[in-house]
Design a protein around this ligand. Structure first.
Ligand SMILES: [Zn+2]
Length: 334
């Protein structure tokens, strides 16, 4: 059993409370390699932002669970070296699919876990979530649950259709499970293809897709039922068209990739939405930089020479999200 506090990590309780009261959102950036972790810590430390290091089950398998724990511990030390005396870094399991996965993460030093029972019947979702909450809370680990279904593909999580969260269910669900935060479905979606062309309109000038707006009326209704309760948005990458263009201009093939406009995320950040998940955008930044570097320097074979620019591009993107979209800069507790 590894206590996350001994690793220098924090759970999400305090950072969420401040984010709701302060009208901003905490970034939850997924990572599975060293360059992503470096970029996340550099960006959040330079900007004095709390941050959630998010790991999916697939990423945990990719990086190795033991190594990952030490990477998170190293991240805290690195943040201090960068001048953050008291960094606020949470290590969070994204889309835990079973009690066993969540328990394993709690036992391995995670400070927060998500149990995703959203594909289960309502009562089964409640039972599973409560079981995880009962275990995690013994160790002061915070638990995110999910109600409603997001469309899209993310590692092992696949759903063809989305179903908005039903506001009439949230009080019962939050009370009976004891979860600390709730991921909801209001039209965000996993992956780089969040919407089909049929769901979008097309900009007549550029030919680019314009996605349908988020269901802020559903969010408002949920906030009315659960005032001050931390709400989480998954699938909230914006799929920057400049990255898509760079990828497509350098041998890639991402036709009609489309994300959530930053303006809508900015609006959501000011509400009870206090955690916004961003994964695809860092994948796109990484891939765009690698493709461009290798195309321009075909003789290059030192991974540092193309992973380095990829890391710089991700750091730039993370900083932009923190400062210009979520507003979590200069929000450390001290
Ligand atoms: Zn998700």
């Amino acid at each position: 059993m590894v206590d996350y506090k001994s690793l220098g990590l924090v759970n999400t309780r305090e950072m969420f409370k401040r984010a709701i009261n302060g009208g901003y959102a905490i970034p939850a950036f997924n990572f599975n390699n060293m360059e992503q972790l470096q970029a996340i810590i550099k960006a959040s430390s330079d900007l004095k932002s709390p941050v959630i290091l998010q790991v999916s089950k697939g990423a945990r398998n990719y990086a190795n669970a033991t190594l990952l724990r030490y990477m998170a511990q190293g991240a805290v030390a690195y943040a201090k070296e960068l001048g953050c005396e008291h960094p606020e870094i949470a290590l969070h399991l994204d889309h835990g699919d079973s009690f066993e996965t969540c328990k394993s993460c709690v036992d391995y030093g995670f400070s927060s876990v998500m149990i995703d029972g959203s594909s289960l019947p309502y009562e089964e979702n409640i039972a599973l979530t409560k079981k995880v909450v009962d275990y995690a809370h013994q160790f002061d680990v915070t638990v995110e649950a999910e109600l409603g279904v997001l469309a899209g593909v993310e590692d092992d999580v696949v759903a063809a259709e989305s179903h908005y969260t039903k506001p009439e269910e949230v009080i019962d669900f939050a009370t009976r499970t004891g979860c600390d935060s709730l991921a909801i479905s209001i039209g965000t979606s996993h992956g780089a293809y969040k919407f089909t062309p049929e769901q979008c309109t097309r900009d007549p000038k550029t030919g680019k897709l314009i996605p349908p707006p988020l269901a802020f009326d559903v969010l408002d209704a949920i906030m009315e039922k659960l005032p001050g309760f931390p709400i989480v948005l998954h699938g909230s990458s914006s799929v920057p068209q400049e990255y898509v263009d760079i990828i497509n201009e350098h041998g890639g093939k991402l036709p009609d990739a489309v994300g959530i406009p930053e303006e809508q995320l900015r609006k959501a950040s000011k509400s009870a939405v206090c955690k916004i998940n961003i994964d695809s955008d860092s994948r796109l930044a990484f891939t765009a930089a690698v493709r461009k570097t290798l195309a321009e320097k075909p003789g290059e074979f030192d991974p540092r020479k193309y992973c380095g620019p990829a890391r710089d591009e991700m750091e730039k993107m993370y900083k932009h999200k923190i400062t210009d979209v979520l507003g979590s800069d200069n929000k450390l507790a001290e």
